[in-house]
Structures are given as structure tokens and as C-alpha cells.
Design a protein around this ligand. Structure first.
Ligand code: DX5
Ligand code: ZN
Length: 215
């Protein structure tokens, strides 16, 4: 079953609580939480305090995508804030990704790495045994509402093969430019989790959109 993770980056920031409260009834599986530091990416969003404030409003897993330098500094704050899943970029300043994934697990959260569009799949192969998921960026991180980069589909297929060949249980999550058309392409290529920001939050009927994305 494909999981849909609406990205609250595209929700109304002045009514974030309401947006998150509705997601479960609208059929979402995870809440995708985009953390940007204005350094790793050219934008700033929100951090652990926002996560803590939203945590009581939903039972859905909080999927925290760290687009920050020094991601390990944020493991403990996000654990305390009630995050369920923490993903870190292989392109970040963290040199010891394997140890970082172990630290996220030791903190009781699910762990994964994120690959930018320019980063080859090889960057995560030796980390797969430590990953619960790998997030493939299908846009350059920093902003919602960008167009899906079609080369991502080949990366999904390659990663699917590598995971299956090793008999591992690692989810493939895809983030950026997901709409009903690209969602179908990602699912056909072997994706398990689809992040969707503008598609869900700009839709007249978010529940119908979530159903449509799931295929
Ligand atoms: C981009 C973020 C995405 C973004 C996706 O840096 O990681 O999660 O919100 O937004 P859409 O679905 O609008 O491309
Ligand atoms: Zn994201």
C-alpha cells in the first residue's frame, strides 16, 4: 500500500494546527515536516518547537526531513519534540552518516538518508542496512511548487533493484513535484511513500487528491 505524506510546507502557516488536525481524516499516512536552515538550502522554515506544538494534534507519524547542516545537532531536540522519522541529507556537512543513522535509531526514531537530484544512488548503497527509508528528492530542495525532475524515475528503479536484491525492508520515499501524473510514474517505478505539498494543500478537495495520488 502506497503511503501519502502531505508536506505542511505548502499549508497555510497562519493555520498550521488546523491543517495538521485534518490530515488523518483526509487519508494521509504521514505528516511530512520540512526543516530548512537557510544554509544547507536557501530558505528557512521551522524547527523542533513547531514539531512539539503540532505533535498533540495528530496520531500520524511525523516525518521530519532535515535540510540543515550539522543534522546530528537536531536528533535530540526532535526526539524530545515527538518526531517519529528523521531523514538527513548525504550532502550535508555530516561526515559520519552511518554513525548518524545509528544515533537516530538509538534515540528511538526511524532513520533515513536523503539524496538530492544530482546525487547518484551509490551514495546510499552502503547505508541501506542502517536505513528504514531512503528519500529521493525529485526537485532541488528549498521550495514547494517546483516541477518533478523526470530523471528521478530511473533512480527509483535502480534503488528498488538494489534494495530487493539485498532482501532489505527499506522504504523509498519521493519528494517534490508529485501530482497525480508523476505519482503514478513513481509508483510504477517502485516508490513506497510519496510526499506531496502543493498538490494536497492547494487542492479544492485534499481528501480526493490524496486518494488520487495513491492511485
Ligand atoms: C522541498 C521539500 C518538499 C516540498 C514539496 O524542499 O522537501 O517536501 O514541500 O512540495 P511540492 O509537493 O509542492 O513539490
Ligand atoms: Zn521534504
Amino acid at each position: 500500500m502506497i503511503k501519502i505524506a502531505p508536506s505542511i510546507l505548502s499549508a497555510n502557516f497562519a493555520a498550521m494546527g488546523e491543517a495538521v488536525e485534518k490530515l488523518s481524516a483526509q487519508g494521509a499516512d504521514w505528516v511530512h515536516f520540512d526543516v530548512m536552515d537557510g544554509n544547507f538550502v536557501p530558505n528557512i522554515t521551522f524547527g523542533p518547537e513547531m514539531c512539539k506544538a503540532l505533535r498533540p494534534l495528530t496520531d500520524l507519524p511525523l516525518d521530519v526531513h532535515l535540510m540543515v547542516e550539522h543534522p546530528c545537532d537536531w536528533i535530540e531536540p526532535f526526539r524530545q519534540a515527538g518526531a517519529d522519522i528523521l531523514t538527513i541529507h548525504v550532502e550535508s556537512s555530516e561526515r559520519h552518516l552511518h554513525r548518524a543513522l545509528q544515533a537516530i535509531h538509538a534515540a528511538g526514531m526511524k532513520a533515513g538518508v536523503v539524496l538530492n537530484p544530482a546525487t547518484p544512488i551509490e551514495a546510499c548503497i552502503h547505508l541501506l542496512p542502517e536505513c528504514d527509508l531512503v528519500l529521493l528528492m525529485s526537485v532541488n530542495p528549498g521550495f514547494g511548487g517546483q516541477s518533478f525532475i523526470p530523471e528521478t524515475l530511473a533512480k527509483i528503479r535502480t534503488l528498488r533493484r538494489e534494495i530487493d536484491a539485498r532482501g532489505l525492508n527499506v522504504l523509498i520515499e519521493v519528494d517534490g513535484g508529485v501530482n497525480p501524473e508523476t505519482a503514478k510514474q513513481c509508483i510504477d517505478a517502485g516508490a513506497d511513500v510519496l510526499v506531496a505539498g502543493s498538490a494536497v494543500f492547494k487542492a479544492a478537495d485534499p481528501a480526493a487528491m490524496i486518494r488520487m495520488l495513491r492511485g
